[in-house]
Ligand binder design. Structure first.
Ligand code: ZN
Length: 236
């Protein structure tokens, strides 16, 4: 029985909101490759540029950020994502406050996604504060803030309209309920990850580790390799 594992349902526009360059590729690189192959629009909102992401104590954070932005642009190019936005929040200091919520709402009202893909902020014992903060601020931006016109009315005055996002897909979830077949795009995920040279370089065993993880996520699926998400439906 040949099954078509469409990744994208009826949706056309997907927006990732992630903390650091390379979070998109680790969490959803194979899915993003599928989406762009299917002709879907994918936008990446990069909350920090990872300017603390160096083990060298003499590194210049601005230079680290510039390097990592270039690496992300290359990764996006490899995944055929043409729209990347950098919010340039301070790495390691992201807070799920109204300021970040407003900036994410602005992105939602600008790019008008059907689906938002982000960190799962509700996973117990998830350690990186930026991941929790981005997941939480994004969740709170989707509902009710971006949807209802009395929130951040200056957006409307600028010509941005309220927007209703249909679904949030959380990667890194404890209890995923959506499994995307990335068997065909797995090598593209690895290729995109390898664009993050300053972080990954030619790390030993990267492909093997990622393959084991993808196999584990696909263990109950009728295909070999998966990325997994917890889906929250917003449209009522
Ligand atoms: Zn991260």
């Amino acid at each position: 029985m040949e099954q078509q594992h469409e990744s994208g349902d009826e949706f056309q526009t997907y927006m990732l909101v992630v903390a650091h360059p390379d979070d998109s590729e680790f969490g959803a690189g194979g899915t993003v490759a599928r989406l762009t192959e299917e002709g879907k629009r994918v936008v990446i909102i990069q909350v920090t540029s990872g300017n603390k992401g160096s083990a060298d104590r003499n590194a210049n954070p601005d230079q680290v950020a510039a390097t990592r932005e270039a690496e992300l642009r290359e990764a996006a190019r490899r995944l055929e994502v043409t729209e990347v936005v950098f919010l340039r929040c301070m790495d390691g200091e992201v807070m799920p406050n109204l300021d970040l919520r407003e900036r994410v709402v602005r992105m939602i009202r600008t790019h008008r996604p059907d689906v938002i893909i982000t960190h799962d902020p509700f996973r117990p014992y998830a350690l990186h504060p930026d991941h929790r903060a981005v997941g939480l601020a994004t969740t709170d931006a989707v509902y009710p803030t971006a949807r209802d016109p009395l929130y951040f009315p200056h957006h409307l005055a600028e010509g941005l309209e309220p927007h209703r996002t249909a679904e949030i897909w959380y990667f890194g979830a404890d209890q995923p309920d959506k499994f995307i077949d990335i068997t065909e795009t797995f090598t593209r995920k690895i290729d995109a990850l390898r664009a993050h040279v300053s972080q990954i370089g030619d790390a030993e065993g990267l492909e093997e580790r990622m393959r084991e993880r993808a196999e584990e996520l696909a263990k109950d699926q009728p295909f070999d390799l998966a990325e997994a998400f917890k889906v929250v439906q917003m449209r009522r």
